[in-house]
Design a protein around this ligand. Structure first.
Ligand code: AMP
Length: 540
């Protein structure tokens, strides 16, 4: 067979040739714009030309600090197809981590949204390698700032050559993208994505048994383009000629529901926190969401109650998926096999709330101290993953071997695998609770709590216990105008779990601390709980 390179240039050229009239619907600070792919691809050539004229060369890193919109999409393709590296930067990290990430990646140029500019101003004295900051704005003028090395994205594009060649000879193993993990401990770690990995991951997104992304879709990635490349959706969508709805700066649940209704979105992707908010918007407003054929949910466990509400109340099919920054991200996806459709509703729901089957192209194992765990849906072990879109090291990081050993990525996620091969994430290795020598899954209790009609969100952590070593404590945020007592929560859980799983304490909170990508930040929660418990001890 021929050895053609699996690179992003092939993907852009395909869209350019065959999908000129398809569109990107992009929400920016000035409103919602509908832009044909012919324009997007022309601007990709222009941006590549503009970056070259600024001295960006092969292998140079170009950072983006931006929401999901058409300019970010242009950067997604222009930067890698000129042989440089698209470094998407999480806008929600601390200023200290932001400076660290930019310096560690040695970004040469930054593309920054006008409204996110203050983030860069805050760290301007700490960042070392930046030669140019390009502001992405709809306005004529640039923001007022003390920074000097600035340029306007639109002016640069206007002056640039629309016929700038994109490099189709790029070796498929060249780095196309770079993204730092949100990491709940230590400094963020970089993951480099190759052209080949992105290409193959995009194909996987198109499989009917995974996301089934296709030309006929109107896809809305809500998951930020700075978080694992919006789960790879913008890459696949442009290639396949899918209409894309990019929800722009600070999309509220109401804005998202309006976009679904106005543009007849067929599939959308986001983390559970997004979908919780979306459900509230649907409860409060009257939106037509009948166009949605799939909402894709991953990043943290999707509570069973949420899946049920989406499907029974709103008739919106819900697909639960699992992955990591290190895995591009898709690893598993919860779809039923044809013969599992016969199961009763509760059993089907139970299966679909697991993280699901590994996607073709990726291999998984679960291991514990005895070796590979049996596929019995019960024995637990750490999940190991390998495949062509799984990273094999952290970028410029000598602590890589902790996670990448013997040809496998050690995910740090504790799982069981059932007879059919469906994976269930029981916990993170470090969040499992060990009580009296038995393991308790914090995730299972969280999911049960979040199925209570008065509970908005809940997180469960271990606290040290002199007798049992560790005991679970539940932290609960109630929905507006709802009340519950500690006893009522325990009574609600009692029929669902063994006695020793019932949390010793239930603490009610205003909110649960979250990471920059909306996951429960258990480290901060533990500190908060420690303080609350010591206060209650000293007052009793
Ligand atoms: P990140 O790299 O920020 O995407 O985080 C990856 C981690 O998120 C995984 O290692 C899991 O612990 C967690 N995660 C991702 N998807 C799911 C899911 N569907 N259910 C439970 N945990 C998940």
């Amino acid at each position: 067979m021929m050895q053609t390179q699996l690179n992003l240039t092939t993907m852009v050229k395909h869209a350019e040739k065959y999908f000129a009239d398809k569109t990107v619907i992009s929400r920016t600070l000035s409103g919602v714009h509908t832009i044909p792919y012919s324009k997007i691809t022309e601007r990709i050539h222009r941006l590549a030309g503009a970056l070259k004229s600024l001295g960006v060369g092969k292998g140079d890193r170009v950072g983006t600090i931006a929401w999901n919109h058409h300019r970010h999409l242009e950067a997604y393709f222009a930067i890698p197809t000129m042989g440089a590296v698209l470094h998407t930067i999480n806008i929600r990290v601390s200023p200290d981590d932001l400076a660290y990430i930019i310096n560690h990646a040695e970004d040469k140029v930054l593309l920054v949204d006008e409204d996110l500019f203050p983030l860069i101003e805050r760290v301007k004295d700490q960042i070392t390698d930046i030669e140019k900051i390009i502001v992405m704005t709809d306005k004529e003028e640039l923001p007022e700032t003390s920074l000097t090395n600035m340029a306007s994205y639109e002016s640069l594009l206007e002056e640039a050559d629309p016929d700038t060649e994109l490099d189709d000879a790029i070796d498929e193993n060249t780095i196309a993208g770079l993204c730092y993990t949100s990491g709940t401990t230590g400094r963020p770690k970089g993951v480099a994505y190759s052209h080949r990995g992105i290409y193959l991951h995009s194909l996987a997104l198109g499989l009917k048994d995974t996301v089934g992304l296709s030309e006929e879709d109107i896809a809305m990635p809500i998951v930020p383009m700075f978080h694992v490349n919006a789960w790879g959706m913008p890459f696949a969508a442009l290639w396949f000629g899918t209409t894309q709805v990019l929800p722009g700066p600070m999309p509220t649940p109401q804005i998202l529901a309006e976009l679904v209704e106005d543009y007849k979105v067929t599939m959308a992707a986001g983390v559970p926190t997004i979908w919780m908010g979306f459900l509230q918007a649907l409860e409060q407003g009257n939106y037509d969401t009948s166009s949605l054929r799939c909402i894709l949910c991953g990043g943290s466990a999707a509570p069973k109650g949420m899946i049920r509400t989406f499907e029974s109340t709103y008739h919106i099919p819900f697909v639960h998926a699992y992955g990591m920054t290190e895995t591009s991200p898709i690893v598993t996806l919860a779809r039923l096999k044809s013969y599992q459709q016969e199961l009763d509703e509760e059993e089907r729901l139970e299966l679909r709330s697991r993280q699901g089957m590994v996607v073709p192209g990726i291999e998984i194992r679960g291991i514990n101290e005895h070796g590979d765990i049996p596929h019995d849906g019960n024995t637990i072990g750490e999940l190991l993953v390998r495949g062509p879109w799984i990273a094999d090291a952290y970028y410029k990081n000598d602590r890589s071997e902790e996670s990448f050993r013997d040809g496998w990525l050690h995910t740090g996620d504790v799982v069981n695998i059932d007879e059919e091969g469906s994976v269930k994430i029981v916990d993170r290795t470090k969040d499992m609770i060990k009580s009296g020598g038995e393991w308790i899954s914090s995730v299972d209790i969280e999911n049960a709590l979040m199925a209570h009609e008065a509970v908005f969100e809940a997180s469960v952590i271990a606290v040290p216990d002199p007798k049992w070593q560790e005991r679970p404590v539940a932290c609960v945020v109630l929905k507006e105008k709802k009340t519950l007592t500690e006893e009522e929560v325990k009574e609600f859980l009692t029929p669902q779990f063994a006695k020793y799983w019932i949390p010793d304490r239930v603490l009610f909170m205003e909110e649960i601390p979250k990471t920059s990508v909306g996951k429960f930040l258990k480290r901060a929660l533990r500190d908060q709980v420690e303080e609350m418990l010591s206060l209650s001890d000293s007052s009793s």
